[in-house]
Design a protein around this ligand. Structure first.
Ligand code: ZN
Ligand code: ZN
Length: 359
């Protein structure tokens, strides 16, 4: 089905586009085609929520990860988007206070609310986040002293910093790579239309000993101070409900809405299409299908798993996808796969040991 649609689609798209924009698709035997390449800056910008972009989207020359000289949309967003509530709660102060959520990957894995039952589960598995009084040890991963008593493990909660901007480059004309790119822990996924960057899974407690708590919509503050997503927030509530996590994401849920622009230039939609989860998705969670915004093009869907993000990407990204024009000390990943050096440091102190309180 995809193939027959492609033969109709590509020639029509080429008529409407510059010839050069069609070259990659014509050479490819894959059915993936241009996503937003026929859209203008303003049409793409219109997908963003009010206040999500801090300046007009523009098109600039850029080099892609496959060496292509191309053009990219350049978006500028605030470190804390005004379109999103970035205030938590993340780590609860005690085992009975309201907290956020976490995708636990140890025994009895799953998506949990950070509530009394979760902390009891942690204790039963030998993790010590709370002291005898039920006070959770909360640590700022950027440094500083724990907020309460020191236990072997800690809940990580960074300090927000609204003083700078992030600049995002995304190809205007997606270019397929021969192999898909794995999107593993803290790899870069894309830019949500609420102006918040999206990353793959946060680091495991099993690796660091620290638990970088998420809020009920699946976002939190990076140690550098900027808010980011580890979920597609518009489709998270049904996953929370299925998991029995008794928290509510305040963001309006819409399982069919365009959620984000992936860093390869393809749009990420909610988990459903025409009222159901698509059954023809590829390994990355994408397919070619009719969209309201761009016609019949390749796009990704959020999944119904936790986290609900695409597991791989099919196209090339800009060489530098994410930078900060005015955040001198912001640690940003390099934008290719895998959360290599300089990836956002959701991790806590080495070996999960809380900093010495000095008393
Ligand atoms: Zn994170
Ligand atoms: Zn679809």
């Amino acid at each position: 089905m995809k193939t027959s649609a492609q033969f109709v689609l590509v020639p029509l798209a080429c008529l409407a586009l510059l010839v050069s924009a069609c070259t990659a698709a014509d050479d490819s035997t894959d059915s993936t085609s241009d996503a937003v390449s026929s859209a203008t800056d303003s049409e793409v910008a219109a997908l963003f929520a009010d206040g999500a972009l801090t300046s007009d989207a523009i098109t600039v020359d850029c080099t892609l990860s496959n060496g292509s000289e191309s053009t990219c949309y350049q978006f500028e967003v605030a470190s804390l988007s005004s379109a999103v509530d970035t205030e938590g709660p993340f780590c609860p102060e005690t085992t009975t206070d309201e907290g956020g959520i976490w995708v636990w990957d140890g025994d009895e894995p799953g998506l949990y609310a950070l509530d009394e039952d979760f902390w009891a589960l942690m204790e039963s598995q030998g993790f010590e986040f709370a002291d005898a009084d039920g006070d959770i040890t909360i640590v700022d991963p950027a440094g500083g002293t724990p907020s309460s008593s020191t236990t072997e493990n800690s809940c990580l909660q960074a300090t927000p910093d609204d003083s700078y901007h992030l600049q995002v480059l995304i190809p205007t004309t997606p270019e397929l790579l021969d192999e898909v790119t794995d999107l593993s822990v803290i790899s870069q996924i894309g830019l949500a239309f609420d102006g918040v960057t999206i990353f793959g899974d946060a680091p495991s407690v099993l690796d660091t000993g620290g638990l970088p708590a998420l809020d009920a919509c699946g976002g939190h503050i990076d140690p550098s101070g900027y808010y980011h997503w580890h979920f597609g927030a518009e489709s998270i509530q049904s996953i929370l409900d299925d998991a029995g996590a008794n928290v509510t994401c305040a963001i309006e849920q819409d399982n069919e809405a365009p959620v984000a622009l992936a860093y390869d230039g393809y749009v990420i939609y909610g988990s459903e299409e025409d009222g159901a989860v698509p059954t023809d998705l590829d390994e990355c969670g994408g397919h070619v299908s009719d969209t309201e915004e761009f016609g019949e093009v390749y796009h990704y869907h959020l999944s119904t798993d936790a986290s609900n993000l695409p597991l791989c990407r099919v196209g090339a990204t800009a060489e530098v996808t994410l930078s900060s024009p005015d955040g001198d000390n912001v640690a940003l990943p390099n934008g290719t796969a895998g959360g290599g050096g300089g990836a956002p440091g959701d991790g806590g102190p080495p070996d999960g040991e809380a900093p010495d309180q000095g008393n």
